[in-house]
Design a protein around this ligand. Structure first.
Ligand code: HEC
Length: 161
């Protein structure tokens, strides 16, 4: 169920708050495919000063753009895809510097979150190291049974011994 009055009230509040900001009109939007589409489609209801300050994952931008579409953004599906691509590329999630983790001294929980393993996998690593002593290199780490080799290989730059 749409609630037009509520949406209108929200638009009014938003337009009012945006009008207090200096108009930049896309000054901060870097060049690239999709910029013109963003400028045209996304400025129809409000200024887009807030956009360059946001850092969303691709999924986050896709959700936002689809809710703008629901609110009435006038764009074809192809244009919406182009907008999501542009926003995800230029205002994507800030990549956290890969944190290195020492598989010989870190707790299972730390290994799990740093390397993106399951709780079970990180516990297998810790159990193996308690039983067999420290790992020396990737080869010795690969001897742990029950690990997803591809996953470990892809996290290799974050692993220390
Ligand atoms: C049909 C009018 C309309 C169009 C077109 C539109 N928006 Fe919006 N936008 C709104 C309204 C209304 C809100 C306030 C929504 C709310 O507070 O829930 C909003 C809010 C936002 C916000 C703030 C959201 C937040 O969570 O703080 C961002 C960012 C945004 N829009 C980006 C965009 C982008 C990018 C586009 C182009 C794809 C776009 N808008 C097109 C109506 C529109």
């Amino acid at each position: 169920m749409k609630k037009p009055m509520k949406t209108l009230a929200r638009i009014a509040v938003l337009l009012f708050s945006l009008s207090l900001l200096p108009a930049v009109w896309g000054e901060d939007l870097p060049p690239g495919e999709g910029r013109e589409t963003v400028m045209r489609v996304c400025t129809a209801c409000h200024d887009i000063d807030a956009v360059p300050r946001l850092h969303y994952s691709r999924e986050g931008w896709a959700n936002l753009v689809s809710s703008m579409k629901d609110m009435g953004a006038d764009a074809t599906d192809a244009e919406l895809t182009q907008i999501v691509n542009y926003l995800a590329k230029n205002f994507g999630k800030v990549q956290q510097a890969a944190k290195k983790i020492n598989v010989n001294s870190a707790a299972a929980k730390e290994i799990e979150s740093a390397l993106g393993l399951t709780a079970k996998e990180s516990e297998l690593i810790v159990a193996y190291r308690i039983k067999n002593g420290n790992f020396k290199d990737m080869d010795s780490l690969m001897k742990v049974e029950g690990l997803d080799a591809a996953k470990i290989q892809s996290a290799k730059d974050q692993i220390e011994f």
